[in-house]
Structure formats: C-alpha cells, structure tokens
Design a protein around this ligand. Structure first.
Ligand code: AMP
Ligand code: GLY
Length: 424
C-alpha cells in the first residue's frame, strides 16, 4: 500500500517510522516532510491547501491511504475534499471531516458539544465583539486566575491565563477589538480555572467504535518548572505514572464514550485520532481541550508503545472495521526530550549545522522536526529541531538515556529542558 502523510514535524517522522515497519507498506510519501522523513520516505513539495495539487499527487503516486498530521488541513476540510472527489472517493483517509474537526477548530463549539453530552469540563461563557462589555463585567464577577481562549486556531498561543483583573480585561479587549489573534479571536471563551495535573489521552475512532491508545504527558512551557512561554511541546513521557486504572476508567466512561457517541448522534463524520487534553482535579478528569489529531511531542512516545501493526490500525480506522481489532501495547516507558533552537518559541536562527546524532539502536531513536539536509549535511530548519526518544523500565531510566544523547548532539544555541518528568 502506498501512503501519503501530511505534515513536517517529529510527529510525522514517527508516523513514517511506524508505518515503515508494516509488511503491507510499499511506498511512503510525506508532504512536505523533513530530513528525517526523507530517510524512510519520499518528501513531496507542494501546497496541501491547493486541492488540485494534492489530488494530482495522490493520483500520480498511486496513494491508497492519506494520514493527516496537523490540524489546519483538517479544520480546512481536506478530508471532505478527498472524499467528495469522484476520482479519489476510494482513497482511505485518516482524519475527521471538516464538521468533526470543529472540536478543535472552535473552542466555543467544543464547549457546547461537551455541555450537550454532559462531558466534564470547566464552566465557561463565550463573548464576541458585540458582547465585549458583557465580557468585561463577567470578568469582574469571577475570581482569578482568568482563563481566556481565542475561539479559533491560534497555533497553541490562543490561551491566556492571567492573575490580574486589569490584565484580563486588557487582553479581552485586545482579542475582541484589536485583532490580537485575527478572526480566531473574534469570539473568546472565558473559562473557570482548573487546578490540577494535566495529561493527554488518545483515542482512535472509525466513527462507530473506538480504541484507546497509550496516554502521555507533555511539557508545554519553555522554562524549567513549567515556567515561561508556551511552546509546541518540550518533552513527553508515556505512560503517565499517576493515571491509575480507576482514573482511566472514569476517563473512558465520562469522556471517551460520550465523545464518540456524541459525534455519531450529531452526525459529525469522524475517522481519526481524538486527542483529549485532560486535567486531573481531586482524582476526577476534566477536559481542557480536544484536538483532532495526534499530539506532538506525544506521538513520539505513544507510537513506539503500539505493538500491533500500525498500518492495519490506520486502514481499519479509515474503512470502519476497528471494532474487532485487538490493539496490543508494549508496557515499557518511553521518554522524549525535545531539542530546540535558542530563542524559540520567540525568534530563532535557522541553518545551523547539527552534529553528533547517533545511529538509532534498540533503546533510543531520534525523530526530526525542524531539520534540512543539504549536500549530505544536516542543518536546523525550525524552532523544534529534534525529538530524542528512549525507552526504559521506568521514566527516569528512559529520560537518562535521552539526556545522555541530547548532551552529545550539538548545534548553535541548542536548548532543551533538563527537568522533563519533574512533576511525576
Ligand atoms: P489549550 O490550548 O486549551 O490546551 O490550553 C493551553 C494550556 O492552558 C493547557 O495545557 C493548560 O495548561 C492551560 N489551561 C487551559 N484551560 C485551562 C483551565 N480551564 N484551567 C487551567 N488551565 C487551563
Ligand atoms: N502536545 C500538544 C499538541 O500537540 O498540541
């Protein structure tokens, strides 16, 4: 089977690596990919948002399965475009329809969805440019910290948590009136603050049944002790040591089942990953957010734990035969250290040489993100550069292996958090 993966991060490199292990995989293509994916697959160079080009490439390379990595093409409806095209209607696609992708594409939609299906989440109110004055008085009526969320996609930057009422009011004005996040911020969800520890749960649904994938924890802030600016993710660990069986049962009963049933009831076509960002408060799970894709950097620790054939899992998701699939999982712990360019998540340099990457072995594996190969030499090409993933019998063992490797890899102003797992 020929497969096309959309995306360019370490998540997509991990997809490539996992699919390459399947006997039924023939050729893998990635658009646009990175230097890591080009070792296992063929990188293609075209704009996914131009459907004509996407279609032409699917036909030209005889693609039978499309796996969509990032959220933007999903929110823009790439799955419907493929499904609705006469010549492409038999292509299998892993990813939700445009309507299903609203779970991530609109915070307001996802809050209403949770309300309709009684899924536990923080209390909230939504305001728009016309109701700004109501939003300002609402802020006065609730206690800090104030959680403001831009309704639309904002590359992980659309959530603001503020301790001070005046700052919260200023930010609400700047989103609703001054275009802080463009049209994504023309509606703002103001949410109750939940105090607890976070984890990421991953579910695959074919629209009828579901499979729960290994869970993970990611570390979003740039600074040690979870301080400083939000990033795409600085590290991850799977499984999450504090997620007990009892807790995960609550997640399944109170969140996963009503989510999958809710998608069906509301006729939101969905064949793909559901990434549920959870917070544990007094041993009870609450949904912080839905994403309609796999997480990055979580994928890099979740996929190595899947023992079952990953291509078969993808095919069964897309052709709606997940029900009788026996998902097997490895029990070891995997840890991922994300190496970033100095300055990230603000401005950073690209084009610096990378040295010291070891060959993969039984224990450790490097997934590329912002990398580029020129004349057989490797250069940085983005903020998040590499994911260093290792396994161990516990997370400390796995982390120490990854740290050992991260210490040896070198590029100008390399940076990584030294405290991944500090809160476990
Ligand atoms: P999101 O983009 O919705 O995942 O939010 C980004 C981050 O903001 C989350 O990972 C949480 O750390 C934090 N966050 C979001 N909503 C809340 C909330 N209601 N209470 C506390 N923290 C929150
Ligand atoms: N790890 C968070 C994300 O992928 O959005």
């Amino acid at each position: 089977m020929n497969i096309l993966i959309i995306g360019s991060g370490a998540r997509e490199h991990a997809f490539c690596w996992k699919l390459a292990q399947s006997k039924k995989t023939e050729k893998v293509y990635v658009v646009p990919g990175n230097a890591g994916t080009s070792e296992l697959a063929t990188n293609l160079d075209f704009e996914v948002s131009k459907f004509k080009d996407l279609k032409q490439n699917i036909l030209k390379h005889n693609i039978q399965l499309v796996l969509v990595g990032p959220e933007i093409p999903l929110i823009n409806g790439v799955v419907d475009q493929i499904n609705n095209d006469k010549e492409l209607k038999d292509i299998l696609v892993v990813g939700p329809s445009k309507k299903g992708a609203l779970l991530e594409g609109s915070k307001d939609f996802s809050k209403e969805f949770m309300e309709r299906h009684k899924i536990p989440t923080a209390g909230y109110k939504t305001f728009n440019t016309d109701t700004l004055h109501l939003g300002l008085s609402y802020l006065e009526s609730v206690s800090p910290p104030f959680v403001l969320k831009a309704d639309g996609p904002a590359a992980g930057k659309g959530v603001l948590i503020l301790d001070n009422l005046e700052d919260a009011k200023k930010e609400l004005i700047s989103m609703l009136k001054n275009n802080k996040f463009g049209s994504s911020g023309h509606r703002v969800v103001v949410e109750e603050f939940l105090d607890g520890i976070e984890l990421s749960c991953f579910v695959l649904t074919d629209g009828k049944s579901y499979k729960i994938l290994p869970n993970a924890k990611d570390y979003k802030r740039i600074g040690e002790g979870d301080t400083g600016l939000n990033t795409g993710g600085m590290g991850s660990i799977s499984p999450v040591s504090f997620a007990s069986k009892e807790f995960l049962k609550k997640v399944e009963d109170r969140i996963i089942i009503p989510t999958v049933k809710g998608l069906q009831k509301e006729n939101l076509p969905y064949k793909g990953f559901i990434f549920i960002g959870l917070i544990m408060v007094d041993n009870d799970p609450y949904v912080i957010e839905y994403n309609v894709r796999m997480g990055d950097p979580e994928t890099q620790v979740v996929l190595p734990r899947i023992k079952s054939d990953f291509l078969e899992l993808m095919v069964r998701t897309a052709n709606q035969t997940l029900n009788n699939f026996d998902l097997q999982v490895h029990e070891e712990t995997y840890a991922n250290i994300v190496m970033v360019a100095g300055g990230y998540p603000e401005s950073y340099e690209k084009g610096n040489p990378i040295t010291g990457i070891p060959k993969d072995n039984e224990i450790s594996k490097i997934f590329h993100a912002g990398t580029k190969e020129i004349d057989n030499k490797l250069f940085t090409n983005g903020g998040r550069v590499l994911s260093v993933v290792s396994k161990g019998s516990n997370f400390k063992q796995a982390l120490s292996k990854s740290y050992e490797i991260a210490g040896k890899i070198d590029f100008k102003d390399k940076n990584y958090r030294k405290d991944i797992g500090f809160d476990l």
